[in-house]
Design a protein around this ligand. Structure first.
Ligand code: HEC
Length: 110
């Protein structure tokens, strides 16, 4: 029973990643990220797990696939994945665009 429930919940969270990209992801992808704000958000909320340089001390190297689509990052930041927390209610659209720009531009350029 417990298993059925957790599969139900897991598929609920997996939904946005199926098929077409959802509207909020697309909206965020059209925004221009602000690098200064992105660094502040990243250092405050993300660096604890991903490391200040994006290479992470453990879980995930954010710079592994620099040419990957921003939409994929935006979706994972919004809805979480595995042990990655969801930020859909913590960050607004512009803040997510800012933090993606920080990863894609500032950290990837180092
Ligand atoms: C509690 C630790 C933790 C925090 C805080 C955290 N993350 Fe993550 N993040 C993870 C883990 C673990 C994964 C790997 C998820 C998986 O695939 O299981 C991940 C995955 C990701 C990915 C996908 C990387 C890829 O190549 O697939 C992105 C993008 C990301 N995080 C960005 C962020 C951003 C931006 C923040 C801050 C707003 C953040 N994370 C905060 C732990 C964290």
């Amino acid at each position: 029973m417990k298993r059925v429930i957790s599969i139900g919940i897991a598929s609920l969270f997996a939904l946005p990643s199926l098929g077409c990209v959802n509207e909020r992801v697309q909206d965020i992808a059209t925004l221009e990220g602000d690098l200064t704000s992105g660094k502040v958000i990243y250092d405050g909320s993300c660096a604890g797990c991903h490391g200040k340089d994006g290479r992470g001390s453990g879980p995930v190297d954010l710079l592994e696939d620099p040419d990957g689509p921003d939409e994929e990052f935006i979706e994972i930041i919004l809805y979480g994945e595995g042990n990655m927390p969801a930020y859909a209610d913590q960050l607004d659209d512009q803040e997510i665009a800012d933090v993606v720009a920080h990863i894609r531009v500032t950290l990837s350029g180092q």
